[in-house]
Design a protein around this ligand. Structure first.
Ligand SMILES: NC(=O)c1ccc[n+]([C@@H]2O[C@H](COP(=O)([O-])OP(=O)(O)OC[C@H]3O[C@@H](n4cnc5c(N)ncnc54)[C@H](OP(=O)(O)O)[C@@H]3O)[C@@H](O)[C@H]2O)c1
Length: 366
């Protein structure tokens, strides 16, 4: 099968680098275009980027030229139809619509459009049916392009563990306290003097994002709208001195009582993508570890090639019903890997065949 050409917007950052690592030998996608800020445009990727991953920067990618950050900066016909975006929210708010308007499928990591009513916020194992929302977007009608988003890095690992529980027992209320890795703040991120030997009990806007995104992800699509999950969610978010991997301590109350065996069965039997043969989908999206001191970021973040959520320490809660710990890799499952999996599902659904009805620059001339 011929691989589809893809681009990466924000290619030099922490998430952009993960995109390169995950897409470099992807069986369906081929990196054909890279862009970052004006600081990087015109340089080769290896000149523009401080490569921070523990696999070598692929030689072909290092020699590619970083392009300007607007569709018009690329010669006609050379802009890929699939753009993976890893931009800060303020930049994404301005740039992502330009690519959608130019007829691209924008698969975004940013929070800029996650809660927009016509933009799908998707984790494929949880709510792939919400992808239908792209048909409501004006870009889709006018140019064929659209925006699809994946959630905040904490919300992804958490909702994977919650979805099978919500489906069987219903969630009434949820309390979650996070311990988030420094790579979640991008590069250079938190100053070393602030985080070494320390815990910072504040991450701007993170608690609000986590609470509202859980409601949308576990919500129901009806009449081209998402009805939010009717549950109380309270989050505490903390930055800790861990390189990669977000750990979350969860207490949960169900609408219907559940035994320990029933909770464990809900997790172990959760395989909503089984049989679809998506290259990035883990065989077991939620893995339970019975060890008394697991999961731990250093030991468990790479389960399922970094795409699985690991749960452990399931025990009764004296305030709510049950409590447990969940861990996931924040730049793989929590960011780039999540977007790549979203694109794989879009490919299976035939929604990457974006028709180039009008290019943006042509639209201006008409
Ligand atoms: N890190 C995580 O664990 C994580 C998880 C989930 C979601 N996210 C989200 O993913 C996005 C990227 O995060 P990150 O951690 O990769 O951030 P980062 O390391 O700070 O990287 C930001 C990227 O955006 C580029 N950029 C900045 N201004 C730009 C502009 N005006 N035009 C085009 N490109 C511009 C930067 O390019 P230059 O190198 O040229 O400056 C860089 O490539 C954010 O929205 C973040 O919230 C991150």
């Amino acid at each position: 099968m011929e691989r589809r050409k893809v681009g990466i917007l924000g290619a030099t950052g922490m998430v952009g680098q993960r995109f390169i690592q995950l897409l470099n030998n992807h069986p369906w996608f081929e990196i054909a275009w890279l862009a970052a800020s004006d600081r990087s445009a015109g340089k080769t990727y290896s000149e523009a980027c401080k490569w921070k991953l523990d696999t070598p920067l692929p030689g072909r990618i290092g020699g590619m030229t970083v392009m300007p950050n607007v569709p018009e900066g690329t010669p006609e016909g050379e802009l890929p139809k699939i753009i993976f975006a890893a931009l800060d929210a303020d930049v994404a708010r301005e740039l992502e619509p330009k690519f959608a308007a130019a007829g691209c499928a924008v698969v975004s990591n940013s929070s800029a459009f996650r809660m927009a009513p016509d933009v799908p916020l998707v984790v494929p194992e949880v709510n792939a049916d919400h992808l239908e929302l792209i048909e409501e977007q004006s870009w889709r009608r006018e140019s064929g392009g659209y925006i699809v988003t994946n959630p905040n890095c904490c919300a992804i690992g958490l909702v994977l563990a919650l979805k099978p529980l919500e489906a069987r027992f219903g969630i009434e209320s949820l309390f979650v306290s996070t311990m988030q890795a420094v790579s979640g703040a991008g590069y250079p991120g938190v100053a070393s003097l602030d985080i070494l030997g320390n815990v910072v009990p504040f991450i701007k806007n993170e608690e609000e994002k986590l609470q509202e995104e859980v409601g949308k992800l576990l919500g129901t699509l009806a009449s081209a709208k998402v009805e939010l999950l009717d549950a109380k969610v309270s989050a505490h978010c903390n930055r800790v001195a861990v390189e990669d991997g977000h750990t979350e301590c969860v207490s949960i109350k169900f609408k219907k009582k559940a035994t320990r065996e029933e909770v464990l069965a809900a997790w172990s039997e959760f395989a909503p993508l089984a049989g679809q043969r998506l290259p990035s989908a883990p065989d077991q999206p939620v893995e339970f570890d019975a060890g008394v001191d697991r999961p731990q970021p250093r030991l468990d973040r790479m389960r399922g090639n970094g795409m699985a959520s690991t749960v452990g320490r399931l025990r009764e809660c004296s305030l709510l019903d049950w409590k447990f710990v969940v861990l996931s890799h924040n730049t793989i499952r929590g960011a780039a890997g999540a977007a790549v999996l979203n694109a794989e599902v879009l490919a299976r659904l035939g929604k990457l065949e974006v028709k180039n009805r009008v290019r943006q620059r042509d639209a201006v001339l008409v």
